[in-house]
Design a protein around this ligand. Structure first.
Ligand code: IPM
Ligand code: MG
Length: 352
């Protein structure tokens, strides 16, 4: 039995999560395991109901389940709230409270969508790498922080254990992939980065079979758009990972298709990398693939059933090969299918 907390959230969140739930139900029928899905409010939806973006009840539920599935949070309606009530603050709080220190963001180019990339097809064809972004430390959380009338300040700090645990996961992932790990930092300027680099290299002694190299973050940004195929697994800190994973996502031409996993020692949360897209919310237009692919990551990382993860990925690829395109990935002039049509097509492939 798998106990999943679903957090549809705001904007297109409920529509794409509904797609993922349909996939979960089909898998449960196919394989005969029981799935219990408990829905909880979060973000703007929770603020409107309870005056808080993240309630104790939602947080507790997330701590009690096997995995959390999140749609998206935020929207113009809640943007002018004070900083501590903004959806971003709630997102950071849930990450910290659940101890989700590792954020995995795959950047994979689907052959069917080569032309959707902002880069030339030849440059992106075959791109398939995985970013490990540290998620509960670094400058996002370092103290002291603040601003007054004349200055603003934040602190980038990493403890040894924080670097070790994310680097360990990245080494292990590289070992299962092409055996190439690139650690990204700014060690030519920042002491915290020199420290990061030292710790990663010390840990490398346990992973001699993995090829480790370092790259400065500015160069990495350039290399990702110049030749994305050179990457296999990337490990980096919170802020650099935030920026690089957006670049990596964009060049695949399929932001609406990229999943993510945020993993800690005892908890895990899965969500599409795209946002709540308030402009198309409620119109049955959103692409559910990123959320459905997040379910695949859930089976791989939380439930440790990689075969089912594969099944989901194959159903997605088969559906794309059949020509199904939601508006975000349709070529100009091409007819787009709705969220529910895309979902149904994927579910059909799973059933077959
Ligand atoms: C992300 C987002 C968040 C981040 C924001 C919304 C707080 O950009 O998940 O990448 O910076 O981590
Ligand atoms: Mg970001």
């Amino acid at each position: 039995m798998y106990k999943i907390v679903s957090i549809p959230g705001d904007g297109i969140g409920p529509e794409v999560v509904a797609g993922a739930v349909a996939v979960l139900q089909q898998l449960s029928r196919n394989h005969g395991f029981e799935i219990v899905i408990e829905e909880h409010p979060f973000g703007g939806a929770s603020y409107d109901l309870h005056g808080e973006m993240l309630t104790k009840a939602t947080l507790e539920a997330c701590k009690q389940c096997d995995a959390v599935l999140l749609g998206a949070v935020g929207g113009p309606k809640w943007e002018s709230l004070p900083h501590e009530h903004k959806p971003e603050a709630a997102l950071l709080k849930i990450r910290k409270e659940l101890g989700l220190f590792a954020n995995l963001r795959p950047a994979k180019v689907y052959d069917a969508l080569l032309d959707a990339s902002s880069l030339k097809a030849d440059v992106v064809r075959g791109t398939d790498f995985l970013v490990f972004r540290e998620l509960t430390g670094g400058i996002y959380f370092g103290q002291p922080r603040g601003f007054d009338e004349n200055k603003g300040w934040n602190t980038m700090v990493y403890e040894r254990y924080e670097v070790e645990r994310i680097a360990r996961l990245a080494f292990e992932a590289a070992r299962k992939r092409k055996g190439k790990l690139i650690s990204i930092d700014k060690a030519n300027v920042l002491e915290v980065s020199q420290f990061w680099r030292n710790v990663v290299h010390e840990l490398h002694k346990e992973f001699q079979d993995v090829e480790l190299s370092d790259m400065y973050v500015d160069n990495a940004a350039m290399q990702i758009v110049r030749n994305p195929k050179q990457f296999d697994v990337i490990v980096t800190g919170n802020l650099f990972g935030d920026i690089l994973s957006d670049i990596a996502g964009m060049i695949t031409g399929s932001l609406g298709m990229l999943p993510s996993a945020s993993i800690g020692t005892n908890h895990a949360l899965y969500e599409p990398i795209h946002g709540s897209a308030p402009d198309i919310a409620g119109q049955n237009k959103a692409n559910p693939i990123a959320t459905i692919a997040s379910v695949a990551m859930m089976f791989e990382h939380s439930f440790c059933v990689p075969e089912i993860a594969k099944e989901i990925e194959q159903a997605i690829e088969a559906t794309l090969a059949d020509g199904f395109r939601t508006a975000d990935i349709a070529a100009p002039g091409e007819k787009a299918v709705s969220t529910s049509e895309m979902t149904e097509a994927i579910v059909r492939h799973l059933g077959a």
